[in-house]
Structures are given as structure tokens and as C-alpha cells.
Design a protein around this ligand. Structure first.
Ligand code: CA
Length: 233
């Protein structure tokens, strides 16, 4: 499974106000996204149907085809690309209409670009972290198969020991959250065990070496005095 990082997310902006569209494109590119712009609904729908986008920022009031129709068409055709709707009107009815049509998020104009970037990051995260039913977990650029104990990235793969796998699985299930050494001991060795904090430190160091071996961008950060956090690096 290929998991995209923030750096290679491709975003389509469908917006007929030329200055706003250009400003958005500029801001997205500055934040390491690939951004394309469509200035009318017809072009926007064609572009969206290419299926190459990770997030679509979609204005509602557009020439030729309106945003809601574009969104409904995409969903009817089975495209699940996350969509953030933009509208000049901030009425609740618009919001409800948009969410009913399958929008993932909604921003009323005028909006703060930091707000838009935060929403895009949130949608990208949701999309990048697919937990499949086949015993695999994915985070950032790594995939862990908990049945075969294989850790893989786009660049390499390596076999984990059972404890390493259990530890990484725990961190992946609590990604970007602080996991205390106590929680990890409880999870890996059980409540009554004699395992100590240095057991955890040893396994963390093993896992860090294996993450480095597969050239993963994900890393296990130490939160001094508390525990560890799995981050995108
Ligand atoms: Ca418009």
C-alpha cells in the first residue's frame, strides 16, 4: 500500500474568483502541496474526475456547474476524495446541503488561510491512515502487518519480533499521542509483570533501528519523563 505524506499531496482548488484562486494556490504551494486550479465548474468537475487529487477545495457558486452538483456527481460516481466546500454565504442551510451532498468539511468566506490549511491537514491525515481489515496498519510511510510481523515502507522491509510488533502496533494505534512507559508495559507484558521501564527503552531502541532500516520518515520521539510519541518525523 502506498501512503502519501503531506509533501506529495495534490490539491484541486475549484474557485471562480481569480484572485482568491491564485492566492490559495500560492499558499498551498508554499506549504509543500501540489495545487491545481480550475476557474469554472465544468473544468473543475473534469479535473476532479481524473481521480488524482487527495483533497478538493470546492466553491459552491461557480459558473457552468455549481459546487454542490460537482460534489453529488463525484459521490454518485464513487469518488471518495475528501472535499472542503467554500461558500460566500454562511447560512446553515448551505452547510447542511453541502454535508448532505457528501462534503467532508465546510468553510464560510471570508476565511483564514491557516484555518483552511488546518482542515486540509486533518483530511489528509484521515486519508493517510487507513486501517485495513487484513491485519495491516499504516501510518506516514510505513505499513505494519501484525499477522506476518513485517514492517515495510516504500523503500525497504524488515521482519519484527513479536514484542517489537506489539509495541509498534500500540504506538500506531495511538499515533501522535504520548504513550507512557506504564501503559506500554501493561500492554506488552501485562499488569502483573515484573517488566520495568528499561525493558521499554530497549524495545524502543530496537524499533528505532528498524524504522531507520526501512528509511521511514516516521519516528519515535521521547517525551522526557513521560513516554513516547510516534510522529511523522
Ligand atoms: Ca464563486
Amino acid at each position: 500500500m502506498l501512503i502519501k505524506g503531506c509533501d506529495d499531496m495534490r490539491i484541486l482548488v475549484v474557485e471562480d474568483e481569480i484572485h482568491l484562486a491564485e492566492a490559495l494556490s500560492h499558499i498551498l504551494k508554499k506549504n509543500n502541496y501540489t495545487a491545481d486550479v480550475a476557474n469554472d465548474g465544468e473544468t473543475g468537475l473534469d479535473d476532479a474526475l481524473s481521480g488524482i487529487y487527495d483533497v478538493i477545495v470546492l466553491d459552491i457558486m461557480l459558473p457552468k456547474i455549481d459546487g454542490i452538483t460537482i460534489l453529488k456527481t463525484l459521490r454518485d460516481k464513487g469518488f471518495d476524495t475528501p472535499v472542503i466546500l467554500l461558500t460566500a454565504k454562511s447560512e446553515v442551510s448551505d452547510k447542511v446541503l453541502g454535508l448532505d451532498s457528501g462534503a467532508d468539511d465546510y468553510l464560510a468566506k471570508p476565511f483564514n488561510t491557516d484555518e483552511l490549511l488546518a482542515r486540509i491537514r486533518a483530511l489528509g491525515r484521515r486519508r493517510g491512515e487507513i486501517v485495513s481489515s487484513a491485519g495491516t496498519l499504516s501510518f506516514a510511510d510505513i505499513t505494519l502487518n501484525t499477522s506476518t510481523l513485517w514492517l515495510s515502507s516504500e523503500k525497504n522491509e524488515i521482519n519484527l519480533t513479536l514484542k517489537e510488533c506489539e509495541l509498534l502496533e500500540y504506538l500506531m494505534l495511538h499515533k501522535e499521542m504520548v504513550c507512557s512507559k506504564e501503559q506500554i508495559i501493561e500492554k506488552l507484558w501485562g499488569f502483573e509483570s515484573e517488566a520495568e521501564a528499561n525493558h521499554v527503552e530497549v524495545y524502543i531502541s530496537f524499533l528505532r533501528k528498524k524504522l531507520a532500516f526501512v528509511h521511514s520518515k516516521a519516528s519515535i520521539n521521547t517525551v522526557r519523563g513521560v513516554g513516547y510519541t510516534l510522529t511523522r518525523g
